[in-house]
Design a protein around this ligand. Structure first.
Ligand code: ZN
Length: 196
């Protein structure tokens, strides 16, 4: 099948470490969208699957959280920086101002540097391929705390709008979340492969 980890890019086993940061958690559900679809649930599910895919490829994964707990931004950064990981990826879902259902699409952020930009680009290229019908909002620069304060190349992925008519319908499907997880994993592996 298309989601067979064997079809993911191969990197040398046991040498890379990646931090996966599911946004929000616990009392902070993040964005809440159509039909009560919660960002925290969407991004935790995707993150756990990314972790699983990367682990099968021999990449060490540190998750900032792996369940519904309250976790501020500074401890996420402290954990990441202590880990001396090769890359940091924060996973989020979006909400539009005024909960506009016509606002949909995927975007990937980096803060600075060639490597951060490249990490964001590699992930974005893959998630766009599995999000048919959702607008490509591009790779963008931002000063989000977790990508600004982490020491390693960092990217923040917005997998779609829980408030959007097109995106919310897809994000509530387990099958789509799995495709996104596979795509994010593929992007990370492509980045590691090229970074050497
Ligand atoms: Zn968020």
């Amino acid at each position: 099948t298309r989601l067979d980890p064997k079809t993911l890019p191969t990197v040398p086993r046991g040498i890379y470490k990646v931090v996966i940061d599911p946004g929000h958690g616990g009392p902070d559900p993040g964005a809440v969208g159509i039909g009560g679809l919660r960002e925290t649930d969407v991004v935790l599910d995707i993150s756990l699957q990314v972790s699983k895919f990367l682990s099968t490829k021999g990449v060490k994964v540190l998750m900032t959280r792996n369940k519904e707990i309250d976790l501020d931004l500074p401890p996420r950064v402290v954990r990441a920086n202590r880990s001396r990981a090769d890359a940091f990826i924060s996973i989020h879902a979006n909400a539009s101002r005024g909960n506009r259902r016509d606002v949909n699409g995927l975007e990937t952020y980096y803060y600075t540097g060639y490597k951060g930009h490249n990490l964001a680009k590699k992930i974005h290229q893959e998630i766009i391929k599995v999000a048919y019908g959702s607008p490509d909002r591009g790779v963008r620069r931002s000063r989000f705390f977790v990508i600004r304060r982490t020491d390693m190349p960092a990217a923040l992925v917005e997998v779609g709008f829980v408030t959007g008519r097109i995106d919310s319908r897809k994000l509530k499907q387990a099958n789509h979340r799995q495709k996104l997880a596979f795509a994010i994993s593929k992007g990370i592996l492509n980045y590691l492969k090229e970074a050497g």
